[in-house]
Every structure is written in C-alpha cells, then in structure tokens.
Design a protein around this ligand. Structure first.
Ligand code: ADP
Length: 874
C-alpha cells in the first residue's frame, strides 16, 4: 500500500468508517482479513499471528486473517471476548468486477471487487447454533428513558420472543439484572446510562416509530389486540427494532408479537439479591453451584431456557403459580408418563432456534429437518398426553398448541432426506422420489459417473497402463493421470489424448469421451442444484408462513419439559408441593437448602433439615450461633423455598405454606462479599438502604451478618437500628443472622421478633456444629473453637484465649457492649446450657504444645493452670 491510499485501502477505510467500533471482517477470497487496531485486538483475543501487509501513511499495516470456512468459531470467541464484528462480503465475483470496470471505461487491471457490510454480529443478535449456548436465552434489550419512567424492550432473536415493560427509574438496575441481557442499547443522550449500554442515536427511540414498526411487522392495523403498551414501552421497541435493522443491515430477524409485562405480576429481586442467592450463576460466575444448575433436569435446551426464566422472574399471582404447580403435580404423580414424555423430549430438536434462523434468512436444510422432526415429536407428545386423564389447565393449553402442523410436516417429510446437511449450496437434501425431474438429473449424473469409471478401465487397457487413473479436482475438473514414465505414450498425436498438465511425477490429459461425460455431469449437477435450491426456497416459505404457530409449539414443548423436569427433580429429592397463600407467612417443615444438600450428598454427608415459621405473630427471626453453624444456609434455604414456590416448583421440604411475596431481598454482610470499586462496607450499607426504602409488609427479607463490615460498636449499632426498622416500619417477614448476641435484647421490645440459634456442642474439647436450629438466643460465639477447628496453631489459640478471658472479665464488670441500651437484664440464654458449657481448663491443656516449651516455660504454665483451676468452678 503506497502513500496515497490504494483503491482497496480506500474501500477498506470507507467500510471501516461504517463499521464504527465493530471489528471489520474484510473478505478477501477465502479469508476474512482484519487491519490496523482491529487486527491487533483480534490477534490478541484469538491468539493468532499478527503480520503486516503493505504500508499506509509510511507505516506497515498490521494485519491478521481467519479462513472463511472456520469463521464461525473465531466469531464465537470474539463475541465472547466482548467484541462486535461487521462482516464485509464481496458483492460481486472478480469476473463481474472486471466486466464492470470495462463498462466503466477503466483499465481492467484496476478492477476492484465491490464489498459491502452485510451484517453486524453482536452478542445480542446471534442466531447461529454454534455461537449460542443451548441452555441459555440470549437477550437483546433496549432501554428508553423518558420523562416519567423507563421503557424496556427485550427480545431473544434466536427464538423471536419479545417483551415490553415499564420500569421506574430506580428499579432499572433490578430489571436489567433480571433480564441478564447479552447486549443493552440506549439513546446516546442518556446521561445516567448504566455502564456497558451501547449508545444509539436518540431519534431511533421514538414511540410513534415503535408503534408503526410493530404494526408493520405483524401486519396489524392496531396493537390493541396484543396488550396495553405505554409510550415508554413503544419507544424502547423502536430502539430495539432500529438496532436490529442496523445489525442485520435492513434484514430483520424473526420477531413474535410483543407481550406487555406487568411489573406487579412478578416477584421483584434486585441484582444484589440475585447474586447472593446464586440463582443463575454461582458467586464465581459459573453455572455450577447455582440454583438453576441444581434444579435443572430439563430434557431440552428450550426447557432449560424457560426454567432459567421462571427462576429469574418468579410469579406473584397465586392462580398462575397454582397452574404451574398443578402441571408439575400431574407429572409427579405419574412416573411412567413422565419417563415416556421425557424420552420423547430428548429426541426433539430445538425448533425455536431453527425457526429463528430460517426466518432470519440464515436457515439451512438441517434447520428444515429440525422443524420437521421437532413438529413430529410434538405430535407424538400430543397423542401421549391427550390419551390419559383430564389435564390441568396449563398442560391442556400447551397440548393444544402441539398439533396443527400436519400439512407442513407431511410436506417436509416427503421433501427432505432423513438427515439434511447444514450446507445448502452442495445440494443432496431433497429426498429421492419427491421431484421426478430432479431424480432424472441425478440419474444422468450417476450414469455419467459410471461411464467415467468404464472409461478408466477402457483407457487402461488401450494404453496398457494399469496405473492410469481418472481423477477430479476443483481447478481442472475431470482429467486422466498417468505416472511420468508412461506420459510419452499418451503424448503421441494420434493417441486420442490431449495434454493438460505436467506434474513432478505425473502427466495429466483430457479426452473427448471424458470431456463429454464430464460435461453431462456438470450440466446435470448444475440443474439439480438449481432445482434443490428452488425447493429449499419453497419449503422455507412454507415454514415462514406458519412461524407463529411453530413458535407457539416450541413454547408449549418448553413448558411441558419444565413441568416434567421439575416433577423429576421433586421425585429425586423428595420435594413437596407448597401450599400457596395470600397471607404473608412462611411455614416450612423440614426445609433444606437444595444446593448445599446436593453438595453434601456427593461427599456422603447428610443435610440437617430445619423448620421455619414466620408470619403474623412472629415476623422476624433473629438467629445467632457460631460461625459455620449453618445460619447463612438456613436464611438462604428459606428464601430459595419461597422463590422456587413462586416460580411454580415443588420445594425441598416435608411441607411448606408459602405466603406470596411481592419482593425478595437478600443481603450478606460485607466481608463475605468481594465488592468492585466501592468499599465493602459502603456496598453493604447501600444495599441495606435499598431494602429499607423498598420493602413492603408483603416482602421477604434475609439479612446475613449485616453490620459486620465495620467496627464492633458501629456494626452492632447499625444492625440494631436495621432490625428495629424492619420490625417497626417495614413489618415484612425477615430472617436476620448475627453474631452480636447483644441484639437478643431487642426481643424485649419487639413483640414480633423471636430469638433462635444454631446449636453447637463442645465435646471433649472439640466443637461439634449440629446445624440444627433451636429457640432462644445463642449464648456465645465459639469463635476460638471454630478457629481451632479450622487449624489455627495451638499457641495462637492459647494467646487468643488469654485475651478473651481478659475482655470477658471487663465485660462482666461493665455490663457488656449493650449495657446502656435498656434497663432490663440481658436475655438469659437457657437453651443447651448443659451441653454447651465451656471447659476452658481442658481447652488450655489441649492447646499446650509441650514440645515447644522450655522447662522454665513449662513450670510457668503449670502455675498458670493451677491458678485457673482454682479461679473457676467448671
Ligand atoms: P454460618 O452462616 O453460620 O457461618 P453457613 O451457613 O455458612 O454457616 O454453614 C457453614 C457450612 O456448614 C456450610 O458450608 C455447610 O457445609 C454446612 N451446613 C450448613 N447448614 C447445614 C445443615 N443444615 N446440614 C448440614 N450441613 C450444613
């Protein structure tokens, strides 16, 4: 590339301007090439070689490239790496470019193939099977902040589902956390846009345009029949569709009619709650160890995606929850039916995503085959499910949507081979017998191939060269090849062969006979390909015409899969159907934490189940006891039981009465939580403030060691005030774990607060954690025993013990940390007093590391122990 940019460089730079901050994949023959900074980024993300090509402005141009045939894999890695990619394809062949240049009166040597960006590949606009995770929805979200609120439009373009919702500005983070989008777009003049929002021009977000586009896409005169859409919702829809237009360069993907989502219909949870309950991802970011991984027994990817959605947006409407529970019950009570249904589902391809690709114009013959097979399995399921007893309403509705595709599946059955290929261009996917003309063309080329085989035999004999072969390659087509030493024979003018190429060890020829047969094959092949291509278009047209019914079948299959999978999970874990109530209560008998229990089962340990009962009279449980005693686990298991029940699942307990909550909050004291940017204590307080401003008397709150992130006095004071506020003002159900036993004095003033602790026992100097909840306050924290259990060296424990004794002595004299907080005596710890008596003398003896003592130190220790023994009355 010279100083003044070459025509190709000019073309590249123009396309790059259009691509903006997306990496430009610039097609050159069999490669996509990247230049300049794009090349640097891609080489690093993809770990491929960075080279240079020519010069620009006196500098070598950095370059890297990926082969077109393997582009999908590279794209997947770039998208995962957070990049967006613009694909610039050649829009004419080199021959066409030469023709055009000639027509334009320019020298042919200057011909440059024209190129255009055909598509932007971005995380939220993927449809390719290889780039999508089967068990995870892939959402694109548009946010439209307007005067009095925010509109949200979300869509999964791999299946076409689209939802619109209104959202108060202060709930936006929670809504975005619920959606977990791969990509979020918003207007470029939005000052408080959350990080990672991709800025798009403000005029893209006009509600009038949103309404007009939706009407146009769905051929409707009015949107009234679809639901009640507010201006912000329509503005968000406009932004979403405009972005899809941009990404697909005018080719819109498949969009189902939008559904309006009511904000009151769901259990609201903010981002902090979701992450602390590890609903879709564990703390380390992976799916392993999350609630969904522990619950998911779905047989299909679509079912797993539906389950993830159910868990991230549990319902708040009793009837809707009960409908889901009834479907689970149906499969739970009939294990044989469940097994059969799940076996069929396992065979069913992902028709939702296949349909998404077909409607987006990126479908393959394999996708058509998947639609055929999936609809076939749906028909089988319908037969199996309608055969039996009365179905609960939700299942009956789903079953109705499984059928009605007879004509389409029959046609696909006749038209397609059993396993159609992913490549459309090579043909071979239309079944024999479907089109007689196509069969005849195939026969012609088949015969010609046989004729070529016969020619080979004939030429071998005629020339006396058994090593003669007829071969085929892309450049020469068919040719005759003999080893070099036999070449001369065929070179003779009257041999009937014409020379084509001389290689190192072989010579290649043509012959009239071969040419004729090869032409027959080429001609018949081209005609056959054209015929298959036109059948493909027709079949695609038919599928597209039925897209909404097919999408409804896909959704019904997913719902059936989720119901059967939850039934399977319930049967496997001995879970029970929860009783759903409107009163704010939670009565759980023998509840368990599904994820912790599963982890314990793997190591051969048993999970200790615990009851919970919060409601009108006892709204707030204050839970104390040693670290590692099971407080967090208990808190979370009850939040998860409520969440699972509202998602329509059975729950890990012997019985459960669940009063439907409007909001669920979960907070963990700062030191458990690695925060980004802000100080951990600050995060803890910001999150606690959110609860205090948002929880209602219908909410359910778990607070785990809140206040721990600061000094003892501050922390205890804050925890104290938070408990009072939850009790007096919010009046919501709350489980509060704390190691400040001073808080137990709150029971004296807060009448709906009750005291509980996780039991522990010291036995022969060792701490035994029972993971069992009991009424009453914890008497102490067993911190040293836990430290010992954790392997802190004995001399350190010994020293800590001495410090503790001193502190406790001081406390006894002053009345303790909470001395000034009330006139009433400290709450008396009665529970387990016998078992939990502390044997400090024994501890001290056990802690002695005799080998590390000098004789003088040993003598000193002996005096100290004797003094200790006479001081206490253990
Ligand atoms: P805490 O919050 O009191 O410090 P955790 O709830 O974090 O304690 O529990 C510590 C560990 O104890 C857990 O990782 C788990 O392995 C075990 N555990 C907790 N609850 C139970 C239980 N009910 N049954 C058996 N083991 C439990």
């Amino acid at each position: 590339m010279a100083d003044s940019p070459t025509p190709m460089m000019q073309q590249y730079l123009a396309l790059k301007r259009e691509a903006g901050d997306a990496l430009l994949f610039y097609r050159m023959g069999d490669f996509f090439e990247l230049f300049f900074d794009d090349a640097r980024v891609a080489a690093q993300v993809l770990d491929i070689a960075l080279t240079t090509r020519g010069e620009h402005c006196g500098e070598p141009v950095p370059m890297c490239g990926v082969p077109v045939h393997a582009a999908e894999g590279y794209l997947a890695r770039l998208i995962k790496g957070g990049c967006r990619v613009a694909i610039a394809e050649q829009t004419e062949t080199p021959d066409e470019a030469k023709e055009r240049t000639k027509r334009e009166g320019k020298p042919v040597s200057k011909a440059l193939v024209s190129r255009d960006i055909v598509r932007f590949v971005t995380a939220g606009t993927l449809t390719e099977e290889a780039l999508l995770e089967p068990r995870r929805a892939n959402l694109l979200v548009a946010v439209a902040p307007v005067r009095d609120g925010v509109g949200l439009a979300s869509c999964d373009i791999s299946t076409g589902r689209m939802e619109l919702e209104d959202c108060a500005a202060d709930r936006l983070d929670a809504a975005l956390a619920r959606l977990g989008a791969s990509e979020v777009v918003g207007p470029d003049d939005w000052d408080d846009a959350p990080a990672d929002v991709i800025a798009r021009p403000r005029p893209d977000f006009r509600s009038e345009d949103g309404e007009a586009r939706l009407k146009d896409i769905h051929s409707l005169a009015t949107l009234d029949g679809l639901g009640d859409f507010s201006r912000p919702m329509l503005a968000a829809a406009a932004g979403l569709i405009a972005y899809l237009d941009h990404a697909g360069r005018g080719q819109l993907p498949f969009l189902l009619p939008p559904v309006a989502r009511g904000s009151e219909a769901h259990l609201a949870m903010d981002a902090a709650t979701r992450s602390s309950l590890e609903i879709l991802a564990a703390q380390n970011g992976g799916r392993d160890g999350s609630l969904v991984a522990c619950v998911d027994r779905c047989a299909t990817g679509a079912g797993a995606r539906q389950l993830a959605e159910d868990l991230s947006a549990p319902l708040a409407d009793r009837l809707a929850i009960e409908h889901r529970l009834a479907s689970v019950r149906h499969f739970h009570d009939d294990p044989l039916l469940r097994g059969d249904i799940r076996a069929v589902l396992r065979q069913a391809p992902d028709i939702g995503r296949a349909l998404g690709r077909i409607v987006a114009g990126r479908g393959s013959p394999r996708d058509l085959g998947q639609i055929r097979d999936g609809l076939g399995e749906a028909r089988r399921l319908r037969g199996m499910l309608s055969a039996g007893v009365d179905l609960p309403p939700l299942l009956a509705q789903a079953v109705e949507r499984l059928g009605g595709h007879g004509a389409l599946t029959d046609h696909l059955d006749r038209a397609l081979v059993p396993s159609p290929p992913t490549e459309r261009g090579q043909g071979g996917f239309i079944a024999a017998g479907y089109d007689h003309a196509l069969d005849a063309l195939r026969e012609t080329s088949g015969n010609a191939r046989k004729a070529i085989a016969a020619l080979e035999a004939k030429y071998r004999e005629e020339t006396g060269t058994p090593s003669l072969k007829i071969k085929h390659n892309k450049v020469l087509g068919y040719f005759i090849e003999v080893p070099a030493k036999h070449g001369d024979k065929l070179m003779a003018a009257d041999s009937g062969f014409t020379h084509r190429q001389t290689m190192a060890g072989a010579v290649r020829f043509n012959s009239v006979g071969l040419h004729e047969e090869a032409s027959r094959i080429a001609e018949a092949g081209a005609h056959a390909l054209a015929a298959e291509d036109s059948h493909f278009e027709t079949l695609v047209g038919e599928v597209v015409a039925c897209r909404e019914a097919i999408a409804a079948t896909a959704a019904a299959l997913a719902r059936i899969d989720v119901s059967a999978a939850l039934a399977e999970r319930a049967a496997e874990g001995d879970w029970c159907q929860p009783d759903m109530l409107d009163e704010p209560c939670l009565e759980v008998v023998a509840g368990r934490h599904p994820v912790v229990e599963q982890a314990l089962i793997k190591t051969g340990d048993r999970f200790r189940s615990n009851d919970c009962s919060v409601g009108f009279s006892e709204r707030l449980w204050l839970i104390g006891g040693p670290n590692m005693g099971g407080k967090s686990t208990f808190l979370r298991q009850n939040a998860l039981i409520l969440l699972l029940a509202q998602a329509g699942s059975f729950v890990p307990a012997t019985s459960a009465k669940v009063g439907i909550a409007d909001r669920l909050f979960s907070r963990v004291g700062a030191s458990d939580n690695l925060a980004r940017g802000r100080s951990t204590f600050m995060v803890e307080m910001v999150e606690t403030a959110a609860i205090l401003s948002q929880a209602t008397d219908r909410s359910f709150v778990i607070l785990d060691e809140v206040g721990r992130g600061t000094s003892t006095y501050d922390g205890m004071a804050l925890a104290w005030a938070v408990v009072e506020a939850v009790h007096e003002q919010l009046k919501c159900r709350c489980l509060f774990a704390t190691h400040y036993h001073e808080l137990s004095r709150l029971a004296e003033t807060c009448d709906a607060l009750s005291l509980h602790h996780v039991r522990a026992r010291e036995w022969k100097g060792d701490l035994v954690l029972l993971h069992e909840l009991a009424r009453g306050a914890a008497d102490r924290s067993y911190g040293l025993s836990v430290a010992k259990l954790a392997g802190v060296p004995p001399p350190v424990i010994k020293r800590a013990k001495a410090v503790l004794d001193r502190l406790e002595k001081g406390r006894a004299e002053t009345g303790g940390l909470a001395a000034g907080l009330g006139d009433l005596p400290l709450f008396a710890a009665t529970a387990q007093a016998e078992d939990e008596k502390c044997d400090t003398l024994r501890d001290a003896l056990e802690a002695l590391d005799i080998d590390s003592l000098s004789p003088r130190e040993a003598l000193h220790e002996l005096y100290r122990l004797k003094a200790e023994a006479s001081k206490s009355n253990y």
